[in-house]
Write a protein that binds this ligand. Structure first.
Ligand code: DCP
Ligand code: CA
Ligand code: CA
Length: 358
């Protein structure tokens, strides 16, 4: 049987702040932009559960958060510290998984099918993982368990914070039925609005929907949504293996959805990459882009060329084509990067290992 887990850290950035300063525990803590006495621009990155009691949440304007609870502890985003902590967590988790896929700074899918043979064993295993994370990092997490990614993720969201939840295959339809369609895995804001307009409000409505109508409205994505509504998901946990590669990244001053700005950053990164590729005497076979959204979720997408190349145009064109798959989402992006791999050294004098950029 296939057993997938989704481990997601609780109130991650704020939990990291509590770790740094234990005296914050029990107080409402908001991490994000500077509230500037209520006139600050920018948004809440996250807040602890104390602060959530006042209605504060991720993505909310910081000025609104300040209005809701002006005497909360407001802290700036200490990205470096959170990513260091994240790396420690991910290292621990990797040891428990046969296949491991990190999907955000604080979240990863794990295929543990080889490690457990039953649902009971899966629950016990999740407890061990949760305890290990807590004892080694002092940070709480939640774990969802199911026969696929969709069920693992949805179970985790349902049990948050500080819990473990298993959804058995035979319970899946009933578990999902009462949820609003916006909660369904893979359904973004725009799709949610469209679904509601068409009369699909709950996942239950999607379960019962006429498949032809859904496909007429949404194409193959319509069929996939109905599968998801029924708790069916074939997506595999895809190992994020580290490739020997050369890459560049660009972090935007302000999170942006502006296409010109994003393409400009891709081109600038490509130019940096080709500089290194040529200087180090390589050609490459694969181009990958990495997108980090404003909410710190990440997407990696790569494409292999027909033959080895060392041209800037190949990097640029491939990177832009790959980005087009995401462009219509219109979501704000925090950071974007380009990377080439499948490297071939021109001369035998240089050892590839000397040129691996993490
Ligand atoms: N984040 C952000 N802006 C968002 C969403 C998230 O900056 N709109 C950052 C801060 C979060 C981290 O990413 O701590 C992880 O996001 P989660 O959605 O997993 O939220 P939390 O871990 O903060 O809370 P939860 O306990 O609900 O998982
Ligand atoms: Ca989280
Ligand atoms: Ca998360």
């Amino acid at each position: 049987m296939r057993v997938i887990m989704l481990v997601d850290m609780d109130y991650f950035f704020a939990a990291c702040e509590e770790l740094k300063k234990p005296e914050l525990k029990g107080k409402p803590v908001v991490v994000g932009a500077d509230p500037k006495g209520g006139n600050g621009r920018g948004v809440v990155s996250t807040c602890n559960y104390e602060a959530r009691k006042y209605g504060i949440h991720s993505g909310m304007p910081i000025s609104t958060a300040y209005r809701l609870k002006s005497d909360a502890v407001f802290l700036p985003v200490d990205e470096k510290y959170y990513y260091e902590t994240s790396a420690r967590i991910m290292d621990i988790l990797k040891g428990f998984a046969s296949k491991f896929e990190q999907v955000s700074v604080d979240e990863a899918f794990m295929d543990v099918s080889d490690k457990v043979g039953s649902y009971e064993a899966a629950l016990a295993y999740a407890n061990v993982i949760k305890d290990r994370i807590l004892s080694e990092t002092k940070l709480p997490c939640s774990i969802g368990i199911g026969t696929n990614k969709l069920l693992a993720k949805t179970a985790c969201e349902a049990v948050k914070p500080n819990g473990i939840k298993l959804v058995r295959e035979e319970e899946a339809k009933i578990f999902l039925a009462p949820m609003p369609v916006g909660k369904l895995y893979g359904v973004g804001k725009k799709t949610e609005e469209r679904l509601e307009e068409m009369g699909y409000k709950k996942v239950e409505d999607l379960q019962k929907a006429d498949l032809n109508r859904l496909v007429g409205l949404f194409g193959t994505f319509g069929a996939e949504m109905q599968r998801h509504a029924k708790g069916i998901d074939y997506d595999e946990v895809s190992e994020n293996y580290e490739v020997k590669s050369i890459g560049r990244e660009h972090t935007f001053e302000n999170d942006t959805a502006d296409l010109d700005e994003i393409i400009g950053a891709l081109k600038a990164s490509a130019a940096g990459v080709i500089h290194d590729v040529k200087q180090q005497g390589f050609s490459f076979k694969t181009v990958t882009i990495k997108i980090r959204y404003a909410d710190f979720s990440e997407h990696l997408k790569g494409r292999s060329l027909r033959r080895y190349s060392n041209s800037l145009e190949d990097i640029e064109n491939t990177a832009i084509a790959l980005f087009e798959g995401y462009a219509d989402k219109g979501e704000r992006i925090r950071k974007i990067g380009v990377r080439v791999s499948g490297l071939l050294a021109y001369s035998g004098q240089k050892k590839l290992a000397d040129y691996i950029h993490a």
